[in-house]
Design a protein. Structure first.
Length: 152
């Protein structure tokens, strides 16, 4: 039992030293799994060392056995799905935000264009506008091919 416990602790130390958390993911993982295929061997070592799980946890290692492996893998898959959804949602939010900013730019440009059009139209058709001045020239008898009266 002493050799078995020593081998399990040694394997926990080896997994911890490999630091998969930092190597595989930028933000890191909280722990890695260590699979013990024979549950009775795991239970026996737990009787001999009640602090084994705490030791593994301190080394960022979670022990998995055949009876809980499927459940653990389902939880991991669900967490990965949530993470993918979160990343997709964040990406979508960023894209919507960029689009809204562009639409605000279009609105600003259209507002400026409308103001410029209104000012130009006033200069063309207003009381002091070019058309009114040209129509006045018509009234004074200036030679012209087309009347501007309909534009007043």
């Amino acid at each position: 039992m002493k050799q078995h416990l020593s081998a399990i602790r040694k394997h926990i130390d080896e997994l911890s030293a490999k630091d998969y958390q930092a190597k595989l993911f930028k933000n890191g993982l909280e722990f890695v799994f260590m699979f013990i295929p024979i549950e009775y061997a795991y239970f026996a070592v737990l009787k001999a060392d009640k602090d084994l799980n705490a030791y593994a946890k301190s080394k960022k290692v979670a022990i998995v056995t055949p009876s809980n492996q499927f459940s653990v893998m389902q939880v991991v898959e669900q967490l990965w799905r949530v993470e993918r959804t979160s990343k997709t949602g964040a990406d979508m939010h960023a894209r919507v935000s960029r689009f809204v900013e562009r639409m605000d730019g279009v609105k600003t440009a259209l507002t400026a264009a409308d103001k410029a059009y209104t000012a130009a139209d006033k200069a063309l058709r207003g009381n002091q506008g070019i058309i009114k001045a040209a129509a006045h020239l018509e009234e004074l008898g200036v030679n012209h091919k087309k009347t501007l009266t309909p534009y007043l």
